[in-house]
Design a protein around this ligand. Sequence first.
Ligand SMILES: NC(=O)c1ccc[n+]([C@@H]2O[C@H](COP(=O)([O-])OP(=O)(O)OC[C@H]3O[C@@H](n4cnc5c(N)ncnc54)[C@H](OP(=O)(O)O)[C@@H]3O)[C@@H](O)[C@H]2O)c1
Length: 336
Amino acid sequence: MKAYHLNGHAGSGRLVRTDLVKPEPASGEVRIRVEATSLNYRDLLILDRAGQGGFDGRVPLCDGAGIVDAVGADVIQWRAGDRVAASYFRDWVSGPFKASYIPSALGSSTMDGMLAEYVVLPATALVAVPEHLTSIEAATLPCAGVTAWHGLIARGGMGKGNTLLVQGTGGVALFGLQFAVALGARAIVISSSDEKLARAHALGASILINYRDTPDWDAAVMTATAGEGVTHVLELGGPGTYDRSLRAVASGGKIIQIGVLTGFGPKPDLARLQWENADIIGVTVGSLEHFTAMNRFLSEHAIHPIVDRVYDFDDAPEAYAHLRSGSHFGKIVVSL
Ligand SMILES: NC(=O)c1ccc[n+]([C@@H]2O[C@H](COP(=O)([O-])OP(=O)(O)OC[C@H]3O[C@@H](n4cnc5c(N)ncnc54)[C@H](OP(=O)(O)O)[C@@H]3O)[C@@H](O)[C@H]2O)c1
């Protein structure tokens, strides 16, 4: 079968086409014919680490959806022809997060991912694709969608009457925006681009701030909320955004700590958190249980993920380059 793997010694591309033996499902496992896979910011970080411990030879990308192609013995919940998507952590089915789940992240240094024609996974690591979604749409859900769901809704309790601050217009950001709009919460989007802000407005964002033109966007958020601030912040930037997120959060609000778009290790002044009686919720994607609950919500509200562009399998390196450019709005997909 055709696949890509990482190779840190393969020049600047580091993504190498390869042929692998089609895997066979053992007892309790399912083979999926991958129809589509999508890219996340973490896949750029991983590509950049090719050549370092464990990444070389790994099939990249955590996101994917496709058709059940064969099932091993003792699999009762799936049969050939079912439409499924893979959960980000193979081993995190339900309940609270445990550090022991980390090595089971797909497309990591310890586990192969979805940029291949076929993958084999445990039957317990899959969700049914909502009927209203294509495989291309479903492939966008496992990382970005589940992260936004877990942080904002499962842990953050976002609902009607809340105000969400969304940073940028990438994958996680637009899922957060769509969830807020569906729940009747008000959404504020900051972006580098007026054109992207116009598209966010069309999706239901009511307050739009260009963070290039308005670098003190936290003050603009305060003005737009009559000095109250936002009940929820989708914190995607890290060191470059954290202090402003803290200044934009409302009393009793929640900062959903997710991203590293401006780097790692923010050193924010947490005093305001204390004075505002606000919370920080740290999120690492989510469980199969979160994924299943999110899919119910997507079906109930007929939400379609925002797909920026679909690339052919042969053009996967171009898909990575497009993600790195930051010019996308929503998700970038590779179709098989
Ligand atoms: N903790 C977790 O479990 C988890 C899960 C998923 C993702 N993440 C992290 O969440 C972040 C977003 O991931 P993603 O895959 O959605 O990324 P993405 O699709 O690549 O999003 C990139 C977009 O972010 C915006 N952005 C960049 N710098 C910004 C800044 N300084 N301020 C505000 N917006 C900025 C830009 O939007 P505009 O062009 O509109 O400005 C850019 O196009 C990444 O850091 C990723 O590693 C973490």
